[in-house]
Ligand binder design. Structure first.
Ligand SMILES: [Zn+2]
Length: 304
């Protein structure tokens, strides 16, 4: 199912030519494809949901819609030749004579040159062409891009659909890889939250536990980025739980497991995670950046 907020926007006919979906990677990719299906649906997506029966919906379900282009990061990032290919496609007529859609998954990994070629398309929208970007967080994208998209934040607890019917074999391994990686990194976050109240000795060991995943060809920096996204989600959860418990509500910690930070501590920690993300995107040694981050988080946790 398309997330109801997105379906609501589609149903209301407020259809923008550019969208940004932020949230967990496994949600954003799935919802981006559902949104493309709704936008391209020949039946006009009744209630904002793709009908699932028309020729266009069936082709997307089968993964062979000629007017839907899916761009997934190759290795650690979306590459410039991928956005060039998209630019080329943007200038073509649609195969089927209807609407067309391009999805750029994890658009925050685009290098500046690729982001700039994207801007050109955003500035001069072509009739019937929809651009759907996804990212874990919106603020990792250029302000000039953000100002030109309809930004929808997907909730943490969005149920995952029946992907088998939606994705081709070509998309599935990539999606599966995303899910596995997110799951592994979430485990690491839980471990971090277990260790933070301790004496800190184990933290450096954990910081150095990011290893090249040769089997699945996942570079260390990609793992670290996903880890930091998961960590931000955990810190957000800690801040929210503090507020809700202070209001006398019951609130669980499904992501991080135990409450380590008070509200201010969680916000302070989130700012440090943002810094670490910038360091890792730059040329800083990732293992070192992680060690420094973990020890800083340890110090904040001790003060909470
Ligand atoms: Zn349809």
């Amino acid at each position: 199912m398309l997330y109801d907020k997105l379906a609501g926007i589609v149903a209301a006919g407020k259809i923008s030519h550019a969208w940004l979906l932020t949230g967990r990677p496994e949600h954003t990719l799935e919802q981006a494809i559902m949104l493309a299906e709704a936008l391209l649906c020949r039946e006009g997506a009744p209630g904002g949901q793709p009908c699932g029966r028309c020729a266009s919906c069936r082709k997307i379900a089968a993964g062979n819609h000629p007017d839907l282009q899916l761009i997934l990061p190759r290795g650690a990032s979306v590459k410039i030749d991928q956005t060039r290919a998209m630019q080329y496609m943007a200038n073509l007529e649609s195969y089927e004579g209807g609407r067309r859609a391009v999805i750029i998954h994890n658009a925050h990994t685009m290098p500046p040159a690729a982001a700039n070629s994207l801007l050109k398309i955003l500035e001069e929208p072509r009739g019937g062409l929809f651009l759907i970007l996804t990212a874990p967080l919106g603020d990792s994208l250029l302000e000039t891009i953000l100002s030109r998209v309809v930004w929808v934040r997907l909730p943490e607890n969005l149920p995952l659909g029946e992907t088998d019917s939606i994705y081709t074999e070509e998309y599935l391994p990539e999606l599966q890889k995303e899910r596995e990686l997110a799951g592994l990194m979430r485990e690491k976050c839980r471990r971090l939250f277990e260790l933070l109240p301790g004496d800190g000795a184990q933290l450096v060991v954990l910081a150095r536990s990011f290893k090249e995943d040769k089997q699945r060809s996942i570079p260390v920096k990609r793992q670290m980025r996903v880890f930091l996204d998961e960590l931000l989600a955990c810190l957000h959860e800690q801040a929210v739980v503090n507020v809700r418990r202070a209001a006398g509500e019951q609130a669980e910690l499904p992501l991080s497991g135990q409450l380590v930070f008070d509200k201010n501590g969680a916000l302070q920690a989130a700012a440090l995670v943002e810094d670490a993300r910038r360091d890792i995107d730059g040329n800083v040694n990732g293992g070192l950046a992680m060690s420094v981050l973990f020890l800083q988080l340890h110090a904040i946790a001790a003060g909470c």
